[in-house]
Design a protein around this ligand. Structure first.
Ligand SMILES: [Cu+2]
Length: 152
């Protein structure tokens, strides 16, 4: 039976979709199998361009934070419920410490990234599934510059 144009079109669309998915998957993994995440500021805004990132529990992660603004920002992953505590401790830590109080509640972090610069970090996602907040700890930013890493 000769395929109808409708069937042929469906087949070609499916093939294109499969190839597109394969391409996405390939780009999403680094050479060593680490999940590649990219997050940036919302242009000049004091906000991240994504408020939800997703990884698998225990997965190796390579995260690039692009600061598209003119001011300094960082990306800091904290333990569930610890965002305010880390933000306040980081203000107390001061400029000399890059506005970050590193401690057990800080699970991963970039450096304080100057305007128009980026930083790439590697870390292992938490072994325990859950929602882990990420914030920028520059003074006054954490309340609005925040999101959640979903660990499945
Ligand atoms: Cu910030």
């Amino acid at each position: 039976m000769k395929p109808t144009p409708q069937v042929t079109r469906t087949f070609i669309l499916s093939l294109a979709l499969a190839l597109a998915c394969f391409g996405t998957q390939t780009r999403a993994l680094a050479a060593d199998g680490a999940a590649k995440l990219t997050i940036s500021t919302q242009g000049e805004e004091m906000a991240f361009d994504q408020t939800v990132l997703t990884v698998k529990a225990g997965q190796k992660v390579s995260l690039t934070f692009k600061n598209l603004s003119g001011m300094q920002h960082n990306w800091v992953l904290v333990a569930p419920g610890a965002a305010d505590e880390v933000a306040n401790a980081s203000i107390a830590a001061g400029n000399d410490k890059g506005w970050l109080a590193v401690g057990p509640q800080v699970l991963a972090h970039t450096r304080l990234v100057d305007g128009k610069k980026s930083d790439t970090i590697r870390f292992t996602a938490p072994a325990k599934p859950g929602e882990y907040p990420f914030i920028c700890t520059f003074p006054g930013h954490a309340g609005i510059m925040k999101g959640v890493l979903k660990v499945n």
